[in-house]
Design a protein around this ligand. Structure first.
Ligand code: ADP
Ligand code: MG
Length: 231
């Protein structure tokens, strides 16, 4: 389970997170809702280990492991996954290359052998078909020229392949039409149910919550959770 206690974070001399507490258990969906500019993406970056933030107080634990002690790649191999609000375009790195490197990095950290190419291609094909991602898209550079919906579906493909313990979905629903929203939600539910992972679902809209049922809804304002309750 992910457990965040009394987290205080600032950028420069500006304090953004101000004593945030949150628990997300395995197999549980926690929806995080709140106005723009209140620190939701900051929270997701701090969990993933993006540089540039100073954590002045508090702790972030994943199954008892103190994530703040670890560099980003070890947080990832410990089971943290972040689907970006704004996935970055990386010209020069093909999607398939990126996906394989990410999967192998995780396998290595678990002491497993690298995935062989035929098995890798088979898995990517299976998962991408469920997400209605065209094979042609996977031959292109990472996120380059992808539509908003394609970028978001590609984030979920990564989640399906990496099978994290905790997945943070930062406004994965924004900019999706109804069909893409359904496809993405089904993907999230598949991974959640088959691997018992915890989901932190950051969103502005209730429509995704019709497809991905939250166990708890947390209201985020001014750098902390101010209210929580059931769906
Ligand atoms: P949300 O995701 O809830 O919309 P963010 O976490 O993106 O909010 O941003 C929270 C606040 O922190 C915003 O006012 C934003 O401008 C500020 N902020 C975030 N990152 C930085 C940064 N690197 N430098 C300066 N201000 C930042
Ligand atoms: Mg945000």
């Amino acid at each position: 389970m992910l457990e965040i206690n009394d987290l205080h974070v600032s950028v420069g001399d500006r304090q953004i997170l101000k004593g945030l507490n949150l628990k997300v258990a395995a197999g549980e969906v926690a929806a995080i809702m709140g106005p723009n500019g209140t620190g939701k993406s900051t929270l997701s970056y701090v969990i993933a280990g993006r540089e540039g933030y100073s954590i002045t107080q508090g702790e972030i634990l994943l199954n008892g492991l103190n994530l703040l002690d670890l560099p980003p790649h070890l947080r990832a191999s410990s089971g943290v996954f972040l689907a970006f609000q704004y996935p970055v375009e990386i010209p020069g790195v093909a999607c398939m290359q990126f996906l394989k490197a990410a999967m192998n990095a995780q396998r290595r950290s678990r002491g497993e052998d690298e995935i062989n190419t035929p098995e890798f291609i088979k898995r990517v094909r299976e998962e991408s078909e469920k997400l209605k991602i065209h094979q042609e898209m996977l031959r292109r550079p990472l996120n380059s020229g992808f539509s908003g919906g394609e970028k978001k579906r590609h984030e979920i493909l990564q989640m399906e392949l990496l099978k994290p313990k905790i997945a943070i979905l930062d406004e994965t629903d924004s900019g999706l039409d109804v069909d893409a929203l359904r496809i993405v939600s089904e993907g999230v539910n598949r991974v959640k149910d088959s691997n018992n992972i915890g989901i932190m679902l950051i969103t502005h809209y209730t429509r995704i919550l019709r497809y991905i049922k939250p166990d708890f809804v947390h209201v985020f304002a001014a750098g902390k959770i101010v209210e929580a309750g059931g769906a």
